[in-house]
Design a binder for this molecule. Structure first.
Ligand SMILES: Nc1ncnc2c1ncn2[C@@H]1O[C@H](COP(=O)(O)OP(=O)(O)O)[C@@H](O)[C@H]1O
Ligand SMILES: [Mg+2]
Length: 234
């Protein structure tokens, strides 16, 4: 199996050297657990360390917010955009129109962008927005499955964000995203402790422990050699 190194400090140590190439990994967690920062790191380090173009698809925050977040860590996002290594793409879903049709249209736009840049990495932040407007879990599961299959065909390795209510054992809002994904990485924030847990990863062994995370002005770092007890998470 071919892997890609995420380049996120500490993360590849939890997955025997990277995530399976072409896979779709769900990054789940409550508000403020670090999902966006982890995904930004994946795009940033992909570009600066591996020269791999990446697209950050945002359904939550504006593109300016995303850029500002990266600049705050001292990352020169503008330069990477100019070099065609990073693209931030905003999707607005209109709840009054057919969601499936909008998702299909967006997929076409994303496919074009991927081909144009030769993107290898994608982030979708977040898929929770898909679920909110869609009637029925069956339809959501179907749409997400089609969506992730299309991304796979483009040859990209994707991180998909799921916003949860900060419950230990709940990995998505609609309860279907984790079944569509090839892997699930859960983030927790029990103040003052942040942590990460690889819940599932198809095709490779991985750490079964919970590891502490630090977020500082330098970015996000996973302390892969340290562990946190399951009971310490609320
Ligand atoms: N420069 C920084 N120094 C320390 N902590 C930070 C910094 N930037 C962000 N954070 C922390 O990261 C959190 C936001 O993480 P984010 O990835 O946006 O969360 P999520 O996407 O899961 O809602 C903030 O609430 C804050 O606590
Ligand atoms: Mg976020």
């Amino acid at each position: 199996m071919e892997r890609i190194k995420t380049g996120v400090p500490g993360l590849d140590e939890l997955t025997q050297g990277g995530i399976p190439k072409g896979s779709t990994i769900l990054v789940s967690g409550g508000a403020g657990t670090g999902k966006t920062i982890l995904c930004l790191s994946y795009i940033y380090f992909g570009a600066v360390e591996f020269n791999e173009p990446g697209i950050y698809i945002t359904l939550e925050e504006g593109a300016e917010n995303i850029s500002w977040n990266m600049e705050n860590f001292g990352w020169d996002i503008g330069a990477l955009q100019e070099q065609g290594l990073v693209n931030i793409h905003r999707i607005h879903l209109n709840p009054h129109e057919n969601i499936n049709m909008q998702v299909e249209q967006e997929l076409k736009i994303i496919a074009e962008l991927v081909k144009e840049m030769g993107a290898k990495r994608l982030v979708v932040d977040s898929t929770t927005a898909f679920g909110i407007w869609m009637e029925g879990k069956g339809l959501l599961r179907h749409t997400l499955f089609e969506f992730t299959s299309a991304l796979k065909e483009l040859g990209c390795t994707t991180l998909m964000v799921a916003e949860t209510k900060n419950e230990k054992n709940v990995f998505s809002a609609a309860g279907v995203e984790e079944f569509v994904a090839d892997g699930v990485i859960a983030l927790y924030f029990t103040p003052p402790n942040r942590s990460i847990f690889v819940r599932k990863l198809r095709g490779t062994n991985h750490s079964k422990s919970i590891h502490p995370i630090d977020i500082t002005s330098e970015g996000l770092i996973i302390r892969a050699k340290d562990e946190i007890l399951w009971d310490a998470i609320k």
